[in-house]
Design a protein around this ligand. Structure first.
Ligand code: AMP
Length: 300
């Protein structure tokens, strides 16, 4: 297993101007692994309750996602409820119920301990740290988080951040983490704290990739209708890291730029439908076509 993804597998209730869906499948790990699966064969680390649909587990397997690191426990799966208004970049978390994640202390399968890329998707930073410590010699460690953990577990989060190479966050999260309004200054502050690359996602305005000697801006694909923005961030990271895992080059600047565009392309697909639905029909050909369209869009 060369890429492992640690994150939540969840039920989400989502309300957007396009409707409301109760208890549909989501989770940071689910979105990220599905996005990565278009480029590579990721392993997923997480826990679900007995209520989690077998059909979704079968879908993950069909997408060639390795599920040795997925535990099924008595109890209820992670639950999250979020609402979006007219501006898809703004969301309100209504409820977060960790349920089986409350005391999740996974023991990584032996094969996972040798993985080259570890992505710590959004879960409790103490759990992220515990899992990371079990991986022997990762070549690349990346992480994502959410406001909840920046507010509630700041010290634990900063401890994990020191061990991380790539940090994915949205604009609101980097501002909250650094107390800095200007995104370039905020990104530089984070670069001083450990990571060599910071990817700041700005919803429908694209993303900013900052490294020591790199500033790369990407537009988001111009979507006319954002049906459900949930999972865009995780899908961005999944596309980005899945691509890097496929080409096995984590430092070439040109490849980092391509990875970021693939991340943006995957995010642009997931928001076209509620939950993980769009992944069910998505093909590599569509991904490559949109990548090519993107090239045209930004060349002058
Ligand atoms: P994103 O829209 O990419 O930021 O990710 C949304 C996903 O993250 C949803 O499917 C939720 O189930 C999941 N999620 C929300 N809050 C948390 C949390 N505190 N810990 C882990 N996963 C979460």
């Amino acid at each position: 297993m060369s890429l492992i993804i640690v994150g939540s597998l969840a039920f989400d209730t989502i309300e957007t101007p396009f409707g409301r869906r109760e208890k549909i499948v989501g989770g940071s790990g689910t979105y990220c692994a599905l996005a990565a699966s278009f480029f590579t064969r990721p392993g997923i680390v997480g826990v679900v309750g007995e209520d989690f649909p077998e059909e979704t587990v079968e879908f993950l397997k069909r997408r060639k996602i390795d599920i040795q690191g997925l535990e099924v426990r008595p109890g209820k799966s992670f639950f999250w409820e979020g609402h979006y208004g007219e501006d898809p970049n703004l969301r309100t978390t209504i409820r977060t119920e960790p349920n089986v994640y409350e005391d999740f202390k996974p023991q990584l399968p032996p094969e996972y301990r040798k993985s080259e890329i570890v992505f710590l998707a959004n879960i409790d930073p103490d759990q992220q740290d515990e899992i990371l410590n079990q991986v022997e010699k990762p070549k690349l460690v990346a992480m994502d988080t959410i406001n909840l953990w920046i507010n509630q577990k700041r010290d634990s989060l900063l401890k994990v951040l020191e061990k991380v190479d790539f940090y994915f966050a949205n604009d609101e999260e980097v501002r909250l983490l650094t107390d800095e309004k200007n995104l370039i200054k905020a990104g530089k502050k984070i670069l001083e704290g450990g990571p060599s690359l910071v990817v700041i996602k700005k919803g429908e305005h694209g993303a900013l990739v900052l490294g020591k000697d790199l500033v790369f801006g990407i537009l988001a694909h111009p979507c006319e209708e954002v049906i459900d923005p949930t999972g865009a961030g995780d899908s961005f990271a999944g596309g980005f890291l899945g691509y890097l895992d496929k080409i096995k080059d984590f430092s070439d600047e040109k490849e980092i730029r391509r990875a970021a565009v693939f991340g943006s392309v995957l995010a642009s697909f997931v928001i076209e439908d509620f939950g993980i639905n769009r992944f069910k029909s998505l093909s590599l050909e569509e991904i490559e076509n949109r990548f090519a369209q993107f090239k045209k869009l930004v060349s002058f």
